[in-house]
Ligand binder design. Structure first.
Ligand code: ATR
Length: 272
């Protein structure tokens, strides 16, 4: 049996062990997956100890994603663009590799699970922290018509935009500043939901039919989802599917087999 784990702090809330044990059953892989509370100062030592002890791979969550990227010997292009990693593994030569599956998780949930295309759409991202950064590269690859960032602190949005200069023209707008086009898709990548808050954006920013996606999720609608429904969004989604899809991508990277996600998402939804 090969050991896997997720490292974070806090970690009690993590659903990754449930998700990966279902993946293991579905794909008949002999793996064990646990959650480990790891404080920032001990992160490098714990990662090394895990792999030296024969561990097969790690997921990494708050607050270690930047440190995971920095610690690795090699990084995928998408992890390098995000400057953060949520997946670590060790190659046959003993080199630690880093990848970031958050963006592809978001895009797969939107496109495959919810039939929401990104190509040619005008997209608004709320937030300019790690969650927004992780999503950018994958959204750009899908060739949206435009990509705009709004953030409480506009200078952070500008810094994020500048990191992607040359990849794609990205707009930055102050909160509620009108845009030249109406948005078809708004993605909440802020951590406001943790405080049960949301940004009250004007309905005039959005197309007649638009989709609202919250990277957060919960047993009931998040504050962002309630806001989106109040201004009559056509489709309102939470981030549970993204959570399962990013896990599936990590699992595929480690095991070379891709689990079906539909039933795993349904089961998790029922258990919320
Ligand atoms: P993460 O890695 O989860 O993205 P982060 O880097 O701390 O975490 O970023 C959190 C994001 O949520 C930021 O965009 C932050 O806005 P600022 O850049 O202005 O700090 C946003 N955010 C968090 N709490 C917020 C609040 N109460 N109101 C508005 N934006 C908030």
């Amino acid at each position: 049996m090969t050991r896997y784990a997720v490292m974070g702090d806090p970690i009690a809330q993590s659903k990754s062990p449930q998700i990966h044990s279902q993946f293991a059953n579905l794909t008949k892989q002999n793996v064990a997956y646990e959650k480990l509370r790891v404080e920032a100062h001990e992160f490098p030592a714990r990662v090394n100890a895990f792999f030296n002890g024969g561990g097969g791979g790690l997921n990494v969550t708050v607050p270690h994603k930047e440190d995971a990227f920095a610690l690795a010997d090699t990084a995928s292009p998408r992890a390098a663009l995000a400057k953060a990693a949520n997946t670590l593994g060790m190659d046959v030569a003993g080199k630690l590799w880093a990848d970031n599956t958050d963006g592809i998780g978001l895009v797969r949930d939107l496109e495959n699970n919810n039939h929401c295309t990104i190509k040619d759409k005008n997209i608004l991202i709320l937030g300019a922290g790690g969650a927004a950064r992780g999503a950018m590269a994958e959204l750009i690859h899908r060739q949206p018509a435009s990509l705009t960032i709004m953030n409480r602190t506009t200078s952070r949005a500008e810094a994020l935009r500048d990191d992607f200069t040359g990849e794609f023209p990205i707009g930055v707008r102050e909160l509620n500043q009108p845009n030249t086009v109406l948005f078809d898709l708004v993605i909440n990548a802020t951590s406001m939901g943790l405080q049960n808050q949301t940004l009250e954006l004007s309905s005039e920013l959005f197309a007649a039919k638009f989709t609202a996606y919250d990277m957060m999720y919960g047993a009931t609608d998040t504050a962002f989802m309630l806001w989106a429904k109040s201004i009559k969004a056509d489709l309102v989604l939470d981030g549970l599917g993204m959570l399962v899809e990013q896990a599936a991508e990590s699992f595929a990277l480690w095991r070379g087999v891709r689990p079906h996600t539909k039933d795993v998402i349904l089961k998790l939804r029922n258990e919320l």
